[in-house]
Every structure is written in structure tokens, then in C-alpha cells.
Design a protein around this ligand. Sequence first.
Ligand code: SF4
Length: 279
Amino acid sequence: MIAGATNAEVPVGTPFEYRVGMGEKVSEIDVRSALESGDWGFMHSFTTGSAVDGPGVRVVGWLTGCQFRCVFCHNPDTWKLSNGMPVTVERAVEQVKRYRHSLKTMRGGLTISGGEPLMQHRFVLKLFDGVRAAGIHTTLETNGYLGARLTDDDLQRIDLVMLGLKAFDPALHRELTGVENAPVHEFARRLAAKKRPAWVRFVVVPGWTDNIDEAGRMADFVAGLGNVERVDVLPFHQMGRFKWERLGMEYRMRDAVAPSAEIVQKIAGRFREAGLKTI
Ligand code: SF4
């Protein structure tokens, strides 16, 4: 057993629960060995019965660690790896397999999200291998920035990729997330070239991505890929505000109002005009 880890189960709840410090007793050496081997990882929680995180009804595993700093992030407590609970891959697989019959009946599966799951890509791949062996469908929700960590063979071990595209304009993306979007686009193109099934998620962020020009450029890019089966156009919401406050971080979206249904529909309509299916 790793020092600082317990044999407890990963908490079951929602990503909107505030969790910090669950893995802070783990030494740096053990963190490094976890990232290298994938034998164990850091998790915020599991959510069961989600109908919005991939096909059918799903179990969602929320991992900690993210290299983006999105100004609108709903889960900033997942940024820090050590805020997650250290768990062995066997334990996590066991926890998901418990739901395999209902997941099958409801045509769902396991979605791994975060945070950014590819910060812990080896753990994700081992977790997916474990549940796929039990016939469970796997979906990776990612911002795509670390997509180069996945080999072509790894891509075959993931049934569906849900790619969160934050902004198309490079300068806007940098300001919105703190990082470049070129590696994200490269990963999107690679998924397309390998004909891997993908869904796209686009959050309408007031004052940032709620304009039709930006959405239009994104829609044309996504439509040109040819492998995107569906686009989820999602309105920004304020459910994560309390986390920013509790973490004592400056929240630039503190006074932002969620975009109207009309704006969200207009942007979704632009994706449809480009030939894409939206919800
Ligand atoms: S990629 Fe997701 S988890 Fe990371 S900062 Fe952005 S919204 Fe938050």
C-alpha cells in the first residue's frame, strides 16, 4: 500500500461537491510512480446514473489534475492532483463493475472526466482495459491538450472521445484557458484521421464564446473533421462559484449571468448549419 493511500472506496456523489486534500499525504515519489505506472490514480468521485456524459446512462469517474485554468471552470478543486483520493486501479475497476448489469440495460458505460483525465493517462487506460473486459463501454472526456500521450493503439482502447473545445480563436483560447489550442486541434485532427468516434462539447461562456462569429469558426472546424457524431452546446452556469470562493481564488465570472436559451439555441443552430447534430 502506498503511504498516504487508504483502501477506502472512491466517494460516490456529484462533481459539484467540494473536495480537497484527499491525497496530500502521498509523497512526491509515490505520485511520480503512480503517474508512470498507472497502477493507481487520484480521483475526486464517482457519479452514478448520469444521462448527460455520453451515450445512455453512465457512471462518471472524476479525476483530479488539470493543466488548463478556464476562467469559467465549474470544478477548480479538481485542478490539483493531490485534492483527489488515491485509489488503486483494481479498486476503481471493482467499483465500476458493480454497476455493469444496469449499465448494459441502460446502454451506458463508464465516462472518465475531470479535471483533465490525460494528466493520468496510464491510470485511465488501465481502468478502461479493466472495465472493457467486463463488457462496459468507455468514454473519455478530455480537453485534448495531452492527446499526444495516447498512441494509436491506445485510441483503439477508448470507445468514444468527448472533446471539450473551449474556443477556436488562438488568442481567445489562451486568455480563456491559459494555454494554446494548437495541440487540441492536432488531437482533434488525429482522432478524425484514425476515424475514432467523437462528440464535441462547447460551453457558451458569456462575454467570451457567446458570439456567432467565434461559434461559426468552431462549427466549421468541427464539421470539417468528419468523425464528430454530435455536439453538445452547453450554457455556462454558476454552480461552481462557491468552490472558487472556498479556494480563495479570484473568480472572474463572479457576476456573469448564464446565457439565454435564445443565444444557446442560436449557437447550436450555427453548428447544425455546418451539418452537425446537436442536442
Ligand atoms: S479543462 Fe475542465 S477542469 Fe480544466 S480548467 Fe477547464 S473546465 Fe476546469
